[in-house]
Design a protein around this ligand. Structure first.
Ligand code: FAD
Length: 471
């Protein structure tokens, strides 16, 4: 019997996890991974940490490609897939190391092409020759990070930067540049920061925190033009700057799928087997996939989809049920966690904002169950709230209010998380596995908790040193 030829397009976070899961499950086909970036796969969440200088480049590499058995996995870097020929079941590609175009047959194809940044409507971003203005940067890949790092320079205190976009990505970059010493400003078109995740009180607390940490914030105004004088805003102000970083806007990378005639809405439309609804030999996972009208854009669902698909390709039957979104902001000095969609989910809202200490907590509760939550500035209760959210625990009438109160020493001394509760959504690590580790180093090296978005770090610290951990 001939072995199944599985071709994966993209070598990002979803693809790497897929390969690891296939190997762990003893998948008996042959896997070829075609990634257009020249570098081995890396943790995109930590790009801002590389820019900031807290993580060396090689510390963010993912997986261990050197250990792949070539009989089972062929990893080809610098290799871009241009077309999919569904009739012949072939992909056409260009390999940076070989001249001309090449065709490669598949029995099954996985699209893990991620997402691409989109240019906001600001005049002057692109020059007459079609190139980006030299001051303008995207921040999606390690190559973008290297370019921005070089532009920030070795004497960054003399440089100024404007980050366009006050979403999760924009705040990560803005914090990294500020920590590097650049005078950094954020421009956000909506009325407050993180407007997709937070309401006005949470967004305001965050803006206050950011200013306190040295980053200026302008909300409710849009950048309209880049000139020699700087970035012109629609309120008439001009921000003088050496660098402009674009973080507003991105969309699933679906051009290949579209040209191949697959159904694409915002992402490649897939069923519960993560197969295209047009062609069941082609799957899509990660940022480029759309299931039940939802594209995700976060690592935990991308990794969950990779695990489900690996199971299915290895003979399993468990299909993909929608992921719960858990978003954490990984930025030095800023703490935000968002479960579900607290601004758009129906239910009773229990909320507490304390501008004096810079904290905001919002729970949306339906029939006693937490159906969404947002926490800004103080994540000490995030583990417990996530546990209730994940399990659908029915709470008594006073419990939501109690969860909003500041944590007491008694809470810290005896964290109420059960062993099987998932603490790190990025790496799928439970409280029990953390408790079994001797310290943070062991947690990092054996479970990979805290090395993804980093949002689980406060809970991990509590679990390791319940009596003494700082909140
Ligand atoms: C700076 C930054 C910070 C982030 N922070 C967070 C965070 O804190 N928390 C969180 O959950 N998520 C975060 N995200 C989002 C997260 O990184 C993505 O959800 C995740 O990477 C999705 O994995 P993926 O494999 O679908 O896509 P990617 O990791 O983007 O990988 C896709 C790969 O496919 C390649 N590719 C595309 N087309 C082709 C082609 N035709 N041929 C060959 N290769 C191709 C791309 O170059 C890329 O290498 C962040 C993203 C960025 C950019």
């Amino acid at each position: 019997m001939t072995r199944e030829r599985l071709v994966v397009v993209g070598n990002g976070m979803a693809a790497t996890r897929l390969v690891e899961e296939l190997l762990a499950r003893g998948y008996d086909g042959h896997v070829t991974v075609l990634g257009d970036e020249d570098t081995p796969a890396y943790n995109r969440i930590l790009l801002s940490a590389v820019l900031e200088g807290t993580h060396p480049r090689d510390a963010i590499e993912l997986g261990d490609p050197a250990s792949y058995d070539p009989e089972r996995v062929d990893l080809r870097l610098g290799c871009r897939v241009l077309e999919i020929d569904r009739d012949r079941r072939e992909v056409m590609l260009v390999d940076g190391e070989r001249p001309g175009h090449e065709r490669l047959g598949y029995d099954r194809l996985v699209l893990a092409t991620g997402s691409i940044p989109t240019l906001p409507p600001i005049r002057g971003l692109v020059r007459m020759d079609g190139q980006l203005h030299p001051k303008v940067h995207a921040f999606r890949s390690l190559a973008d990070c290297d370019r921005l790092d070089a532009a920030a320079g070795s004497r960054p205190t003399r440089r100024r930067a404007v980050v366009v976009g006050g979403g999760l990505l924009g705040l990560q970059v803005a914090r990294a540049l500020t920590v590097r010493g650049l005078a950094t400003e954020v421009v956000e078109g909506t009325e407050h920061l993180l407007s997709r995740q937070l309401g006005t009180p949470g967004g305001r607390i965050l803006a206050r925190d950011l200013r306190r940490l040295g980053t200026e914030v302008y909300t409710g105004t849009r950048a309209v033009r880049l000139t020699e004088d700087g970035l012109v805003l629609d309120n008439g102000f001009t921000l003088e700057t050496d660098l402009v970083v674009l973080t507003a806007g991105g969309r699933p990378s679906t051009a290949l799928a579209r040209r191949a005639g697959l159904l694409v809405r915002r992402g490649v439309v897939v069923d519960g087997r993560l197969a295209s609804v047009t062609d069941d030999r082609i799957h899509a996972i990660g940022d480029c996939a759309e299931r039940r009208g939802v594209t995700t854009g976060f690592v935990p669902p991308a990794w969950e989809q990779a695990a489900v698909l690996a199971g299915l390709l290895s003979g399993g039957t468990a299909e993909y049920a929608d992921s719960r979104t858990v978003a954490r902001l990984r930025a030095t000095g800023l703490d935000v966690a968002v479960l579900g969609d607290p601004e758009r989910t129906d239910g009773e809202v229990v909320e507490m904002t304390n501008p004096l200490v810079g904290s905001h907590r919002r729970l949306v509760v339906r029939d006693g169950v937490i159906v969404a939550a947002a926490l800004v500035g103080d994540l000490s209760r995030v583990g417990l709230i996530t546990q209730h959210y994940d399990r659908g625990t029915v709470l008594g009438p006073h419990e939501p209010g109690e969860l909003l109160a500041p944590e007491t020493a008694a809470d810290t001394a005896s964290p109420a998380l059960d062993d099987e509760v998932e603490v790190c959504a990025c790496a799928g690590v439970t409280a029990g596995r953390i408790r079994a580790c001797a310290g943070l180093e062991e947690v990092r090296s054996t479970t990979r908790a805290t090395t993804g978005c980093g949002g689980c770090a406060p809970v991990v610290r509590h679990l390791l040193e319940p009596a003494t951990a700082a909140v």
